[in-house]
Design a protein around this ligand. Structure first.
Ligand SMILES: Nc1ncnc2c1ncn2[C@@H]1O[C@H](COP(=O)(O)OP(=O)(O)OP(=O)(O)O)[C@@H](O)[C@H]1O
Ligand SMILES: [Mg+2]
Length: 330
């Protein structure tokens, strides 16, 4: 199946391409599908870089091989080398046995190096060697291993600035940047918002057993918002709309572009007394945090009580007050 077919909004593909910019990206993905060129994906946080990386893998001749994601920012720097390259038994204190690295696991597939700007300089040098001859040593190893993989890297940082400041190697930059894909921020492809929103609405309605709808006024507000958090922010706003009874209020409160292009909040109107506004705000804030924490800990109430620093009994009372129910009971 071609990826253009997979992009059909009616299909189950998570990757939508409802704007000329995203269709351009899809064309690039298709064009380089059967090559092993290294790709650098750039764009603000939440624009969909991970989805582009997965689509690249799915469109490549390696699609039956593994897709290994390594988030260079999420792994402590002193563990990163062994995580990527693996280590031999006794390579360092605590290396009780040989451990393969992610490069080995990516054999015959794709390795996706997310947040590449966070890679320490010493590892940048080592990665450069891997990209040059597709051979590397495990930490403490002397037998070079060959690796057959495609490398995709991503960052939301300004690599040119990092290079100028000496934090990113120029030679590595050029090695990675054989093909560069820039994913534009959501505010530059607003035409995608209605389709993305209705996708997320359908998904969360199904997930939480709700039948929420988007009113035209709400949709208008969504298309006007500047979305500093990009698609991830939109996804979270729709999730909130679905789980909260008065979720539309959160959307009302979204900042929009003013006439002169600057951000502004909605024009305030105060039909109720200040005290009631305060009470309602506190209730909403409580319910929002409660729902988010419960979801994060998959409704482990003891864990949620610990995170929220309330007693177990108080937590149960709050859950009941807010009318929250676990997804499977809805
Ligand atoms: N075109 C799209 N179609 C459907 N969902 C999307 C699209 N783009 C992004 N998303 C959703 O938005 C969220 C953020 O996307 P993703 O994780 O790919 O962003 P990112 O650019 O990698 O962000 P970060 O820089 O923070 O890692 C994900 O849940 C993803 O499923
Ligand atoms: Mg990402």
């Amino acid at each position: 199946m071609s990826i253009a077919q997979k992009a059909d909004p009616a299909s189950d593909s998570p990757f939508l391409d409802g704007s000329p910019q995203m269709r351009g990206i899809r064309t690039v993905i298709e064009n380089i599908g059967d090559t092993d060129v290294t790709v650098l994906i750039r764009g603000e946080s939440g624009v969909g870089k991970d989805l582009v990386a997965r689509a690249l893998h799915a469109a490549s001749s390696r699609r039956r091989g593994p897709f290994i994601k390594v988030n260079c920012a999420a792994i402590p720097q002193d563990l990163l080398e062994s995580e990527l390259f693996g280590h031999e038994k006794g390579a360092f204190t605590g290396a009780h046995r040989r451990k393969p690295g992610q490069f080995e696991y990516a054999s015959k597939g794709t390795i996706y190096l997310d947040e590449i700007a966070e890679l320490p300089l010493a590892l940048q040098a080592k990665l450069l060697h891997v990209l040059q001859d597709f051979r590397f040593n495990r930490v403490g190893g002397h037998e070079p291993l060959e690796v057959d993989m495609r490398v995709i890297a991503a960052t939301n940082r300004n690599l040119e600035e990092a290079m100028a400041g000496g934090a990113f190697r120029e030679d590595l930059y050029y090695r990675l940047n054989v093909v560069e894909i820039k994913v534009p921020p959501l505010r530059e492809r607003r035409e995608e918002i209605p389709e993305l929103a209705s996708r997320f609405l359908a998904r969360f309605n199904a997930q939480y057993g709700r039948q929420k709808q988007l009113r035209p006024k709400t949709l208008a507000r969504l298309t006007e918002h500047t979305w500093p958090g990009n698609v991830r922010e939109l996804e979270n706003v729709i999730r909130r709309l679905v789980v909260l009874e008065d979720g539309e209020l959160a959307i009302e409160a979204l900042a929009t572009r003013g006439r002169n292009g600057h951000c502004s909040g909605p024009r305030p109107s105060f039909p109720e007394g200040l005290r009631e506004v305060g009470r309602r705000g506190a209730r909403e804030a409580e319910r929002k945090v409660l729902a988010e924490v419960l979801e994060r800990v998959t409704w482990n109430r003891a864990e949620a009580a610990r995170i929220l620093q309330v007693s177990y009994k108080t937590l149960l009372t709050k859950i009941a007050e807010c009318g929250l129910t676990p997804p499977r009971h809805r």
